[in-house]
Write a protein that binds this ligand. Structure first.
Ligand SMILES: [Zn+2]
Length: 87
């Protein structure tokens, strides 16, 4: 038996046999180069991780520090979106 992984573009649903082909398709939907799309994904993951971490923190002081880190991550994603006109 042979197992095959299929990658799907989240924008159009097209299937690919290689992950970078699906990423390339998604990048094209956002009018970004593949390198810039990877940067976008990194910023998006950073803000998602910080959001999850913020919700898990109980201490007031720790929550404030995590909140500032979240705001910085959000600012980075917004700045990226403004510079590259993503939506
Ligand atoms: Zn696509």
């Amino acid at each position: 038996m042979k197992t095959q992984t299929i990658y799907t573009c989240e924008a159009c649903g097209k299937h690919f046999s290689r992950a970078n082909e699906a990423y390339t398709c998604e990048a094209q939907h956002m009018c970004l180069s593949l390198d810039l799309y990877y940067r976008y994904l990194s910023l998006y993951k950073d803000i998602s991780d910080r959001s999850a971490g913020l919700n898990a923190i109980k201490g007031r002081r720790s929550k404030k520090v995590a909140g500032l880190a979240y705001e910085r991550a959000a600012d980075s994603l917004i700045a990226f979106g403004l510079k590259h006109k993503t939506s």
